[in-house]
Design a protein around this ligand. Structure first.
Ligand SMILES: [Zn+2]
Length: 274
């Protein structure tokens, strides 16, 4: 079975004109797929590189343009997403293990496939190379690809933030850190679906949180509340302490566990915020 080390570049919303909004069903649109195919000995046996023509965010976000060096006139000539995914699928073959630096690219790939209605790819075998590196070095924060390339003294021969170059750097790291005696393959699709159920469940509970006064610890009745997807805000007044209390609950993700984290702070409406 081959390892497919892939990397994506995305374009996203930018407010070029008033009254325009991001598409809430697709925050990040794929504009480049880069991948390196490795055999069981981790030797490179193929490369894949395609620019994709965006249809949701057609004009390049200036920050993305600066980072990736991809401008609007280049992506306009890109391959339509459905053709790109079909040729990617063909190139992948029947049996493959997807590998990437971190969790974001596989998430983005699946989201784009779902958004555009494609069910061609299989996400049930995945290796997070960043996670392997983090385990090896006992890191709790996610290191950038650049920093690890430097750390491992991998030769920097081409610019970062190009999907194929980043995939090649990620596979260089993979070769240096992969321990064949361990099994880092996870069923990503299954984990992701379980996580989505957990998030859905937590979302229904988020507005049930109580406001506790940070002064005396007593419960404070809610005078106002707002729910914004994964965040919940509530306000109250503690008569005992004579203070306004602001409550925030959010769904967080830490060490693979989703939970609601709440905090209550003293909130002074007279305060001039800066
Ligand atoms: Zn109080």
């Amino acid at each position: 079975m081959n390892y497919i080390v892939f990397d994506l570049e995305f374009n996203m919303f930018f407010k070029f004109k008033e009254g325009s909004f991001a598409n809430s069903n697709l925050k990040n649109e794929i504009i480049q797929i880069g991948a390196v195919k490795l055999n069981e000995k981790l030797e490179t046996i193929g490369e894949f590189d395609l620019l994709i023509k965006p249809v949701i965010y057609k004009r390049m976000n200036p920050y993305v343009k600066k980072k990736t060096n991809i401008n609007t006139s280049r992506v306009v000539k890109g391959t339509p997403f459905h053709e790109a995914i079909e040729s990617f699928k063909l190139w992948l073959g029947n049996e493959y293990i997807l590998c990437a630096w971190g969790h974001d690219d596989i998430l983005g790939l699946r989201q784009n496939c779902l958004f555009f209605g494609f069910d061609l790819l299989c996400f049930d075998k995945f290796i997070n190379i960043q996670q392997i590196y983090m385990n090896l070095r006992s890191l709790t924060n996610q290191p950038s690809l650049e920093s690890v390339v430097e750390e491992l003294e991998i030769e920097i021969s081409s610019p970062f933030h190009d999907a194929l170059n980043d995939a090649a750097y990620t596979s260089d790291i993979f070769r240096k850190v992969y321990d064949f005696s361990e099994n880092p393959i996870i069923n990503w699709e299954k984990e992701q679906m379980e996580n989505e159920l957990i998030i859905e469940e937590l979302t229904t509970q988020i507005d049930k949180a109580e406001i506790g006064c940070p002064g005396c610890g007593e419960f404070v009745p809610k005078s106002r509340e707002v729910t914004k997807k994964k965040r919940y805000f509530a306000f109250g007044y503690c008569v005992q302490c004579n203070i306004q209390v602001r409550h925030i609950s959010r769904i967080t993700h830490k060490n693979g566990v989703y939970s609601i984290v709440s905090n209550n702070t003293i909130y002074n409406t007279d305060q001039v915020s800066d």
